[in-house]
Every structure is written in C-alpha cells, then in structure tokens.
Design a protein around this ligand. Structure first.
Ligand SMILES: [Zn+2]
Length: 412
C-alpha cells in the first residue's frame, strides 16, 4: 500500500447560531449567521478501507515491524504503521468516537513520534473536547518538527483565536494560507478575523470564574461588573439544569448594534450569536434588563448544549431548548404555530422556524422529560445518528411524535 503522508487532516467546525428577536421586535429570521468554518478543505482522495481491513493491515505491519532486524527495514514499516493508525483513527472520529480516535492517534505517534497528521488531528479533537492546553501542546510539537506545517499553523491559530489572541491567530492563519493558497475556508477565516479585529481593536478584557468579557473600556466600563454577575448567575443556574461539568472560560464580546451586524454579517432581527464565543449587540447599555437576561440565557444554553453534544446537536434542538430556557411564553406562539399546518396536513418541523422549534422542544420536554432530551444529546455525542438517537431516547421516530405535538398545542 502506498503511504498516506499528505492526506489533508480532518477538522471539526465550530457552529454558529443566530436567533430571532421576540415577535414584535422585528421579522423572524431563519438563516443562521455565516459559520466561521475553521475546517480545511475537502480531504484529499484516499483509498477507503473497511475497519476489518485496516485492523488486519495494522496487525500484519506490526508483526513485520517486530521481526524487522535493521533500521533500514524498520523505518518504512513504522511509517506505514503510523499511517494505518491515522486512517483507523479517522474512522473512529467519523463515527463520533473521540476517545477511540485519540487512542488510535496515540498508536500512530508511538509508531512515528511527531507524526504530523496524527498530532494535528488529535489536536482538533482535544480542542473540541475543551482541552485547549493539550491541543496547543500537540500543535507546538508538530511545528517544532516542521515550522511550515500549514495544518498545525491553522490549529494553533484557532487555539489562539479562542484564547482571544486575535492578532497572533491572524499571523498563524496568514502563514497557513501562504502554504495553502487555494484554501477558501482559510481565506474566509482570515476575512472574518480581520472584521473582528477592526471592531475589537482597543477592547479590554475582564475575567470572572467562567467568563472572559471583551468590551470597549470607554463605553462599557459601567456595565461590566453587573453583566459578569448576570453571566455567572445564569450559567450556574443552567449548568445545574443540564448537569454539564465546568467548561473552559467562555468568551463574551459586547458590540454596538451596528458593530455586531457588521462583524457577524447578520440582519437586524438577530439579537445574539453563539459561534464558540457569545456575541451580544448590547454595547453602551447601562443596566441588565429582563430582555437582556433572556438573551444571555439563550446564548449560554447554546454554549452548554454545544459542549454536552460535542457539536452534534441539530439546529431544531439547539434553538428549541435555548428558547425554552429563556424562557419564552408558550401561549404567545401556539396559535401561530398551529396555523403553519394547513387543515389535514401534518405539522412538520421542516421548514425550520423559531416558533416551531420552540414549541416542539417544549412538547418533548412536557411529554417525555428533560432527562430524555439530555439523553438524546448524549446519544448524539456518542456518535449515534439523529434518527437512532431519537428512537432510543423517546421510543418513537420523530415523525411519530409530530401528531402528538399538534394535539398538545391545540389543547394548551
Ligand atoms: Zn439561538
């Protein structure tokens, strides 16, 4: 088999979720904001093997390596073994089995210390698992062996970005793009980061136990303490509701309304965004209103669901549960949602709308319990398909619950 030394690494994307304002505050929105998409372009073509074929090849190559006498025989066998383990790791990662993927990348690194692809791809998994320090160590090891490794640069750029070191991140992304000039995703990443740098050039930061708040010192100094208190209080409450273990510090950035829409590329109806960081168009406010508390709870729910579901939670559940947790008032939405189905037609979640997502998740919670909703999230995080996870958690297919949802709304 030919060695696969230059396969493009898989990477995991952050997801962004815009959400709509309350009715009356503007039109509804259904398009999410542009995703930051740190992922590299499509993987280079690689021969596809079944898990059994790979396991057999790994066993065979390990045995050959064990028997090989001289270094000149061992070196190519070790390289091949490392590549085989990387392919096996990708199968686990694709199936959502991060722990097994990390074990396989470890095996690749035992065969080939500093295997560049194993380092970078394991780094992305560690980053998404909330371990930026481990991810950083892997990226630095890759760069120590090869400072030109564009994929390791991109990974380190993303780690720096999440740590709010925007200029350092931009440096890494630009260097990566020089090595991979055809990468549209890197070019988009750089463009987005440049916009953020323009908005946040003179921003200051304030830290609390679980948050890094970034704000304009002249404009938002008076509100920073009260906003950090609100964030801590709401996070504490939501963490208890979701039993999510502590997350790495979450960044919250304050913009004016205009800065917000320019930076995030969203329409006027969007009142908050979570794309790995929470972005709020509240720059210049002087107090925390009940409306702002609701936006905070909404965006923090996205952050917690994203963490618990390891990025696998579908949009209807993200937006539905975020609205349940605000909390929104069901009575204001039920008639409008019921009107979305024509007489004789089933009320369906497609096409997506915020009121439908909200009332459907409220129904699932009332009918089946919060615990089952969270179990569904855990099943998704473990790598199950949405249909399988749904059937297991609720004992029915999603289609089978739609009529119950309509009846429940009609009775409310
Ligand atoms: Zn939302």
């Amino acid at each position: 088999m030919r060695p696969l030394r230059h396969v493009v690494p898989l990477a995991v994307c952050a997801v962004s979720f815009a959400h709509a304002a309350e009715p009356g505050a503007g039109a509804t929105v259904s398009a999410p904001a542009a995703a930051p998409a740190p992922a590299p372009a499509a993987p280079a073509p690689a021969p596809s093997f079944t898990a059994e074929e790979l396991d057999a090849a790994i066993a065979r190559t390990s045995e050959q390596l064990r028997r090989a006498g001289s270094e000149s025989l061992r070196a190519p066998l070790a390289l091949r073994l490392g590549d085989l383990w990387v392919l096996r790791a990708r199968q686990h990662a694709k199936a959502g089995q991060s722990d097994r993927a990390l074990d396989a990348y470890d095996q690749a690194l035992q065969a080939v210390p500093a295997h560049p692809i194993a380092l970078v791809e394991a780094g992305w998994i560690q980053l998404e698992a909330g371990k930026p320090d481990v991810a950083r160590g892997l990226a630095e090891t890759a760069l120590a062996h090869d400072g030109d490794n564009a994929f390791a640069r991109e990974l380190r750029g993303e780690i720096l970005y999440r740590d709010n070191r925007l200029e350092d991140a931009l440096d890494d992304f630009r260097t990566a793009l020089l090595k991979r000039p055809g990468s549209a995703s890197l070019a988009r990443r750089i463009e987005k980061l440049e916009k953020e740098l323009t908005s946040e050039r003179d921003y200051r930061r304030a830290d609390s136990s679980h948050f890094v708040l970034r704000f304009d010192g002249d404009r938002d100094e008076s509100v920073r303490h009260i906003l950090l208190d609100t964030l801590e209080r709401q996070l504490d409450d939501l963490q208890r509701e979701f039993s999510v273990s502590p997350l790495p510090p979450l960044t919250v950035i304050l913009y004016t309304s205009r800065q917000f829409h320019e930076t995030t590329g969203t329409g006027d109806e969007v009142v908050g965004l979570f794309d790995g960081k929470v972005r709020l168009p509240v720059g210049g406010v002087t107090r925390v209103t009940p409306g702002l508390e609701r936006v905070v709870r909404h965006e923090l729910t996205h952050a917690l669901l994203h963490a618990r579901g390891r990025g696998t939670v579908p949009k209807w559940l993200h937006e539905g549960l975020a609205q349940v947790m605000e909390p929104r008032d069901l009575a204001r939405y039920r008639t409008g949602v019921l009107r979305e189905a024509k007489p004789g037609e089933t009320l369906d979640l497609e096409p997506f709308s915020y009121p439908k997502a909200f009332t459907y998740v409220a129904y699932l919670e009332a009918q089946y319990s919060r615990a089952r909703l969270l179990w569904f999230v855990d099943l998704l995080a473990a790598g199950n398909s949405e249909a399988d996870a749904f059937a297991q958690a609720f004992g029915a297919s999603r289609d089978e619950t739609l009529e119950g949802w309509r009846r429940w709304l009609a009775q409310k």
